[in-house]
Design a protein around this ligand. Structure first.
Ligand SMILES: [Zn+2]
Length: 270
């Protein structure tokens, strides 16, 4: 029986760098909604992490009766993955598990040892409860850009906020990334992301032929989603009468909607 401490603690993996392979079977997926572009959990500071990671590796090593090489990941797609090597088990674990209670650590060990469905469910449930605790941040190097070729969204937001909301709304705003070339029949001109408190506007609007009042209307609509958090951005089907009535406060709303309708094809082309 070997109860050796881990030989290595590889921290700060590159997210998404994990290689698929036949030995990487059994990767429970988190139940969280698919992350939108540029969104991810953040690794805790190394100085906090190292002793806790060592502790987790030690506990798993004792449960599995194997030396464990533990790598913490920030890869939301995979919670736990492992490879068996002659000398040790190489284990990659999402950093959410650093503070896991004993039952959850045991579930990791059971999952590795037996691929047990209940253990898998325990891990998924634990991840779900932790999602709300961990702040989501934008990937470094991919900040939201408010300034486009034709429109600067921050100033539009500030102006609408002052005019219609007594300056009380708080959100980041920027241009969404250009979507792929897939054929589409509809287009979402802006979304409000409640978790990140940010508005992302479709880049198809950042064109010289788009009237400013149309961009205003789209931003105003997204801002209303912060005001009515029970309507979490699932445009266009689920706006309440209250929401729609409030939207009427926007001057030129009808003209803006008409313009969008008439220019749908050119907007879809981007
Ligand atoms: Zn909406």
């Amino acid at each position: 029986m070997s109860l050796q401490p881990p030989e290595q603690l590889a921290l700060f993996d590159v997210p998404g760098a994990s290689r698929p392979g036949p030995e990487r079977a059994r990767s429970p997926r988190p139940q969280a909604p698919a992350p939108s572009s540029g969104e991810q959990l953040t690794l805790p500071a190394r100085i906090d992490t190292l002793p806790r990671a060592a502790e987790l590796a030690h506990r798993l090593s004792a449960l599995l009766k194997l030396p464990v090489h533990l790598t913490l990941t920030d890869n939301r797609a995979t919670l736990v993955s492992f490879r068996r090597h002659p000398d040790a088990l190489r284990l990659r674990v999402h950093h959410l598990f650093l503070d896991a209670p004993d039952a959850v650590v045991r579930a990791i060990a059971t999952f590795i040892g037996q691929g047990d469905a209940r253990a898998r469910a325990t891990l998924e449930e634990y991840t779900r409860t932790q999602q709300t605790r961990v702040r989501r941040t934008r990937r470094p190097g991919a900040p939201l850009k408010a300034r486009g070729q034709c429109f600067e969204l921050r100033s539009i937001f500030e102006r609408l906020n002052a005019t219609h909301f007594q300056g009380q709304l708080q959100a980041d705003i920027g241009w969404a990334r250009r979507p792929g070339r897939k054929q589409r029949k509809t287009i979402r001109l802006a979304i409000y992301d409640e978790r990140l408190r940010e508005i992302r506007v479709h880049p198809a609007l950042d064109q010289p032929h788009v009237p400013a009042f149309v961009v205003d209307a789209v931003v105003f609509h997204a801002m209303l989603h912060q005001l009515f958090p029970e309507e979490p951005g699932s445009c266009p089907s689920s706006h309440s009468a209250r929401f729609l009535e409030r939207e009427r406060a926007f001057p030129l709303l009808d003209a803006a909607l008409r313009w969008q309708h008439e220019h749908l094809r050119s907007l879809l082309r981007g």
